[in-house]
Ligand binder design. Structure first.
Ligand code: AMP
Length: 120
């Protein structure tokens, strides 16, 4: 599997500061910001700062430091967002996953009951 990263994707532009975002948390390896079209009271996207297209790309090629930094950002987002009652984390990948933006991102959604995992 080869990954051909497109540095013109919208999250790459956010990382370069070319497009504004509502930052929730940031560290050396990850940025977390509010989704522009929230599907729940809490809907935060956590993205790595490196050029990774999907979860499997990130898991395969990101350094241990990048992976730890990313997961620390996930932990901070969950803490900041008051998700004691639970949440869902979603990573869409490629066509069958209906991924729209080709820069790996983890959706953290919560603030209400999320329903069953898959519908249709
Ligand atoms: P996905 O289908 O997993 O690729 O989801 C992409 C997500 O990015 C969608 O939930 C969009 O609402 C969100 N999105 C697109 N553009 C922006 C933006 N400029 N700022 C924040 N979220 C965005």
């Amino acid at each position: 599997m080869t990954f051909d990263y497109d540095d013109q994707n919208i999250f790459a532009k956010i990382l370069r500061g070319e497009i504004p975002n509502q930052t929730v948390y940031e560290n050396d390896h990850a940025l977390a910001f509010n989704d522009i079209n929230p599907q729940a009271p809490v809907h935060v996207l956590v993205i790595p700062k490196g050029p990774y297209m999907t979860l499997d790309h990130f898991a395969r090629d990101a350094s241990p430091q990048e992976q730890v930094g990313f997961m620390q950002a996930v932990a901070e987002v969950c803490r900041i967002s008051n998700l004691e009652d639970g949440f869902r984390a979603i990573a869409n990948a490629r066509g069958h996953g209906v991924q729209e933006v080709p820069h790996y991102h983890l959706h953290i959604v919560g603030g209400r009951p999320m329903g069953r995992m898959l519908q249709g």
